[in-house]
Design a protein around this ligand. Sequence first.
Ligand code: HMG
Length: 416
Amino acid sequence: MSTQQHSSVGIDQLAVYVPRYVLELEKLARARGVPAEKISIGLGAHEMAVAPPWEDTVTLAANAAERLFAQGWTRPEEIGLLLVATETAVDHAKPASIFVHELLGLPANCRTFELKHACYGGTAGVMIARDWLLSPASRGRKALVIASDIARYDLHSSAEFTQGAGAAAVLLSAEPRLLELAPESGVFAGNVYDFWRPLERREALVDGKFSLDCYLDALSGALADYRSALNGRGGQPLLERFDALLYHTPFPKMAYKAHLRLAEVDSAARIVDPEECARLAEKTYAELVEPSLTMARRTGNSYTASLYLCLAWLASQRAAALPGREIGLFSYGSGCCAEFFTGRFAERSPEAAQKIAAAELLDARRSLSVEEYERCATTAVGEPPTTDGTGAFFFAGVRDDKRHYARAQRALGAGA
Ligand code: HMG
């Protein structure tokens, strides 16, 4: 266990939400003539969440936050900062956050805006919220950061198998029940064209293989900066120091590749034999990384939310064993900006973790045919929800060029 100093600021509560529809990737592989093992083993992905036409970034975000409030510890009046991070915004000017602000009934003196840096946006929000909590501006209030996205690539492209959707509502406070965040982190930023979405496009463009290299190089850069931030106090190898390592997970095999890179960087710092390093990475992967990956394996890429879905799954599955455990988290956003940061589970984390109830969301979904998935993928405007259900809120369509949202009569999965 480490002796690293932690500020008391951190994640107080966490809630997640995924759309009610799921597509097993084996079906998609069959339809596209791709070997099923390429997806299940080569990418490590099994299922992807599919957003129906009545769900968008706003409803995913509001539905995740509704589950957070349903945990019963926080009232909307206590929120002084609302940040919605997304790279799949619904308007070029009007931020997703102001729709969410209204749907959740947040106070008028709650500062709110949308933020973007590809998948890094959620972590950017967490870092802004952490600093705000340490400033006099917070006045004892809490910050709500919501990461929400629908990952779409062209049908029939190789990236199609790495789509997905989901949202995470991350409540930060000065007395966190779940995860205390350490003040030090390591950052890496640089302009690369690995993944982008021109303003007129709904589906992202990607230089797939190049994006993997950019991700791994950003990890090396962020880890180097993290060592500098520790200023000589970080002698202990990362693989020995942490009880879990969580990575941004566009597909689960990427977390495996990231872990190998972290082991290399870690061992280079200690000058150990490369074969020994590879063996150590293999051995520690099962213990430190794999336990956080199930939700990503079953929802696909949720961009800004991806890292926080990993955290939600790990916490909710290991609730009783969390207190005092220290974890490292790596966030990557194409383009690119990346950050490695750490946290320690608080004394009261088991209760906070149990309330996340991530597994119930995955189990309540309806499985789609490939034809139904393709219809969802090509329908851009809202429709009334079917009896398959929705979260607490749904997208009710566009009238007079304005988007409308409504509360569902009978919401599935709104409770904690
Ligand atoms: P691809 O061309 O479909 O696949 O692209 P591949 O040929 O690279 O094969 C994938 C793996 O399957 C390989 O394993 C193959 O060997 C293996 P690896 O060598 O990498 O270990 N394979 C098989 N395994 C078992 N049985 C078989 C078989 N055949 C092959 N029969 C790619 C894959 C990920 C590039 C594509 O899906 C893509 O472009 N996805 C989108 C981009 C992406 O997810 N990039 C990740 C890093 S960037 C990032 O994370 C940021 C992002 O989230 C966006 C943001 O920040 O906003 C994307």
